[in-house]
Design a binder for this molecule. Structure first.
Ligand SMILES: Cc1cc2nc3c(=O)[nH]c(=O)nc-3n(C[C@H](O)[C@H](O)[C@H](O)COP(=O)(O)O)c2cc1C
Length: 356
């Protein structure tokens, strides 16, 4: 399962019973590994009030239950750690440069703040390990803080963290080093890898491929490849592209060619088991990641294995209900769930209507 923020955490970032049940179901679907949605490493880095948090030791007990729920249902458990930077939900935001985001101009981070956030990633990763997860994933995708440093579009600094690619890679690599050091060499650290910002003036492969190699050298265990950020996700060209099956597989392929040993995960509307098989056969990726696809049909893996003889229920390509709901701070559900399941869910989260 590729990470998918569903907004089920309690308002203080703790693991709720809804989170436990959801990830139990995802783990029981037959996937080999669940990567839990992005959890915030620092109060300044939360992308939503209902985001999981790993920024204090008091979150470890809930996270321990979460890792156990995933293990009890037969999958490996990973958790993604993140700082949202200029996409944080509060008005005062941190970023490499004061790049206007909506009507907000984020604060340019000082060197002390950069060091502090690096430490927060390391501490967050340590808590993930202590909670019993099998590994941790650094969120270097979706245009969050790590990408904001890497991209020349959002990083206009003139110090050692800005300018040439080597400098813009400094923050992502410092985070990777800090996390690897905090958890120890025997513990897998994955990386959600942004191959392309999908914007004319954004990051492209020429500048992301060198990072892939550097991460592999540092000891990162896998790269989970994606493309696009909140600045591109809603553009007509992106929306058109992301309707097609396996729309990000070619990015995974390019990244796979640039690393020598570590596995690469492809995601992006891998709607049918046949598409998944083709991606693996054609060596575009080593592993398949399902996010909305698994949310829409938690029987996908069993259907792929032939254990359930029914067709896959597809994630509706023009719907985006899950994304729209989490964008409004509401818990996600899927338009493809049957009526009874939708109604039970809405009752549980205290909503009366089958609203948007
Ligand atoms: C509602 C929603 C939340 C997401 N949350 C995350 C996240 O927390 N971390 C992450 O790396 N990707 C996240 N993604 C991206 C997915 O992991 C995945 O790359 C993308 O949705 C394409 O795969 P799919 O077509 O199977 O959904 C999210 C996507 C959606 C739609």
């Amino acid at each position: 399962m590729a990470p998918m923020f569903v907004g089920y955490a309690d308002a203080d970032g703790t693991v709720s019973s809804l989170v436990l049940d959801h990830y139990g179901e995802m783990a029981g679907s037959g996937v080999s590994m669940v990567v839990v949605e992005n959890a915030s490493v620092d109060p300044s880095g939360a992308g939503s009030p209902f985001i999981l948090r790993v920024d204090q030791d008091r979150y470890i007990s809930g996270l321990t239950q979460l890792a156990k729920a995933i293990h009890d249902h037969g999958a490996l458990a990973f958790l993604q750690i993140n700082h949202a930077g200029r996409y944080a939900y509060m008005r005062e935001r941190l970023a490499p440069s004061p790049f206007k985001t909506g009507d907000i101009v984020p604060k340019e981070m000082t060197h002390d703040e950069i060091k502090k956030i690096g430490k927060a990633f390391a501490e967050g990763a340590r808590r993930v390990r202590e909670a019993g997860f099998d590994g941790v994933e650094i969120h270097g995708g979706t245009g969050y803080l790590i990408v904001q440093f890497l991209s020349p579009r959002t990083n206009h600094r003139r110090d050692s963290y800005g300018g040439v690619l080597e400098n813009r890679m400094r923050f992502p690599l410092e985070i990777a080093d800090a996390v690897l050091q905090a958890v120890g060499k025997d513990y897998p650290v994955g990386y959600r890898f942004l191959a392309d910002e999908w914007l004319p003036d954004g990051l492209h492969r020429e500048e992301t491929i060198p990072l892939a190699g550097a991460l592999e050298e540092r000891g990162i265990a896998y790269l989970s490849v994606m493309a696009g950020t909140y600045d591109s996700f809603f553009l007509p060209a992106y929306l058109e592209e992301e309707r097609s099956e396996g729309y990000m597989a070619h990015f995974a392929e390019a990244i796979k060619k640039s690393v020598s040993k570590i596995p690469v995960i492809a995601a992006g509307r891998i709607q049918s088991p046949a598409t998944a098989e083709k991606i693996i056969q054609q060596r575009q990726a080593d592993l398949i990641g399902l996010a909305r696809v698994l949310f829409a049909d938690p029987l996908w893996p069993r259907k792929a294995k032939g254990e359930v003889a029914e067709p896959v229920v597809p994630c509706e390509s023009t719907c985006a209900l899950c994304m729209k709901r989490v964008g409004k701070g509401k818990p996600a559900f899927c338009s493809q769930w049957d009526k009874e399941r939708r109604e039970t869910f809405l009752r549980r989260v205290g909503e009366k209507e089958d609203g948007q």
